[in-house]
Design a binder for this molecule. Sequence first.
Ligand code: FDA
Length: 390
Amino acid sequence: AKQYDNCIIGSGLSGSVIAQQYSTFNQSSLIIEKRSHIGGNCYDTIDSETGIRISLYGAHLFHTNSDRVWNYVQQFGHWVNYEHKVLGLVNGKYVPIPVNIDTVNALFDLNISTEEEMKEWLIQEQVLFLEKDGTTIREPKDSEEVALTRVGERLYELIFKPYTWKQWAKYPKELGPEVLSRIPVRSNHDGRYFSDRYQALPQNGYTSLFENMLDSPWITVVTDTDYFDVRDKIQCKRLYYTGPIDAYFNHLGWPKLEYRSLSFERGVKFNTEYFQPAAVVNHPQSHDYETGKEVDFTRIVEYKHFLNQTSDHTVYFIERSTDDGDPYYPVPNDENKELYKRYQGMAEKEEGVRFVGRLANYKYFNMDQAILNALEVVDQDTGRVVVEEG
Ligand code: FDA
């Protein structure tokens, strides 16, 4: 077998960035990918019935504050500025998510107009946890308390409690404070989903970015191949593993590291402009306000809205949170954290192997974090020194 400088397991962002970076050092990489395509969870393709570009593993919006990451991704395709907006269907009304002045006005029939007024309203709503003597505020001990201190009871009951249940099959009370610790509430009219400096979508989709990244004589990609089936047959100086960490160690008879997954139910409307008023509509409530029917899904994504795609038809995907399926969101509880730590200890002792990316680190990464991480792994392993500008 040919000897490569690097074997890279997985062709998602983490693996692809590493291979691309080594190609600039004239080092060869063999990428082994289990799926039938490159790109990992960023993979997109054209829907055959509508001609609309869709993502197979959920909507992917690029956003970052990192100049390094932003400059890096420019090399592989043209990016179009795109500020993502999400609406929530709450009590029969489409309201901005994250919650801002307009959300609160619509839901509670208010007329808040300034940041000051919004801050005052929030303070009235917030539930504070006081010690018995009524003075000091104690730290919220679970996600319910976090939400109550931040948004108060009404928004919590309307939006955050039922949505968390749908997403995690657990109520916020049963989840550590970190799960809802970053829920954003805006005291202005900002209706953008992200507030990062750079927000954009690749004009020709993510898959074409990956093709450009991997288009090098130094990179060989093999798809439809599980690393564990070919482990003994490949030869490399170094191994970069971006799959699940517990799979690498063959689970050792320990419980599985838990993930929440998503299922996607495709729907199509022929000769229809749009199915819904925004690319992403969240459905936090457990029952439909008008019909009273159960709503067991978390959100619906209509890809035609992204970059104003044109088609006579439209296609949408109903997302449900599930227990089994592809690993998407690590379940943040003590058992999983403990278990991951044991694997991490073993990973550190694994010579010549680097564990990179969201699955190997059992951590949710946004795309920009995955890219930065992979760039920094190559910095470390090549001794490259990068001078940050600005
Ligand atoms: P990724 O999972 O992409 O790649 C790992 C690859 O390894 C996969 O292709 C897998 O098949 C392969 N593999 C695993 N085991 C293997 C084995 N044994 N042999 C061979 N191959 C193996 N981020 C963001 O910035 N904005 C967004 O809007 C979103 N949206 C979003 C939605 C959903 C539903 C999810 C789950 C995630 C997002 N993300 C996101 C996050 C984004 O998907 C994430 O940052 C990247 O996919 C991380 O890339 P990795 O390469 O680390 O993992």
